[in-house]
Ligand binder design. Sequence first.
Ligand code: SF4
Length: 392
Amino acid sequence: MTDSAAMRVESLYLHVPFCAQKCAYCAFYSEPSSGDLINRYVAALIRELELVAHDLQPRTIFFGGGTPSLLNLRQWEQILRALERLNLLGAEEFTVECNPATVSPDKAKRLRDFGVNRISMGVQSLDEQLLERLGRIHTREMVFQSFDILRRAGFDNLNLDLMFAIPGQTLEIWRATLAEALALGSEHLSTYEVIYEDDTPLFAQLQAGEFDVDEDLACAMYEELVQRATGAGFRQYEVANFARNKTLNPQLSTLNLPRHACRHNVNYWRGGSFYGLGPSATSYVRGVRTKNWSNTQLYCEQLEKGKRAIESREELPPLKRAGETAAFGLRMNAGWPFAEFRRATHFDLRDEWPAEMNQLVERGWASRDAQQFRLTPQGLRFADSAAELFLR
Ligand code: SF4
């Protein structure tokens, strides 16, 4: 992806801030859906698209949320037709996040007709009790049905999101979920360790002593995940992301990425520019980070006045920006080839962070040779702590 001022931005994220109900662990900005507000949001989102379209030529588009699949057919048509009118269709990778409870054959077909070629499904678990505990609206049966519907609609690039270290989840339950999920045969797998965010019901339960956090169990689950996913033919290319196809993506060959790696996320991890539209979405365009208001009402009001709904704007000093890029990129198994880091940031890792790199190598968390620096499997498990050393 490019970061040159002369070229248009190639990555577009659109946030759909509505959910049927709030999950117990979720701190993302989303709210219960209501027909009128969704219609108003759709019009505002299209207005925001019109305001930035001149600077966009998307190679990747990602609709996330919230629950994008909650939008009805008519609302989807409006957004997709706007993308068409603004010449923003035709991305190489066009992803929509779906909740298994809200997938229908009509919607799947319509999305496919407009060039959506990747669906990311929020499965989280295949254990009924855990799904209930998490406050998910779908059942395990819906996962299998939706997977079938999507395949029949012609989607040949499907991602499943799974969570581990859920309170009450044993290693056996995790193994069973993994086995069933891998057997489905998706092209991609994204996993998340439960984190306890302030102001979520799960955090309140933890504070009330209803369960304990078991770090050793979480580590065992992560190891099980890496082992089983790679055993099933997936290739790990980021701390928590696996793609099944071992054929390398020719356009991303310097990073040794599998063909079905999520290109949209790879752009984030490599420090590329992107526009993020919708309430609470963040953009990062040529070194300037902006964030939209996390309030759908306010977001709509601003756009109805013809203004972007930006709450904050931060221009990062180049070295700080390079440090963030280093930190994000280390999440990938490919780490940083020194030449590529210099191309992306105009700084040399070896000049700016020699002590930090040594520290990680001595701890066994990283390896380094003449060409590159990257985290070891053990370091990847603690990628967040490793990354902190590069943030200044
Ligand atoms: S569906 Fe996703 S965004 Fe919505 S509440 Fe659940 S976890 Fe959060």
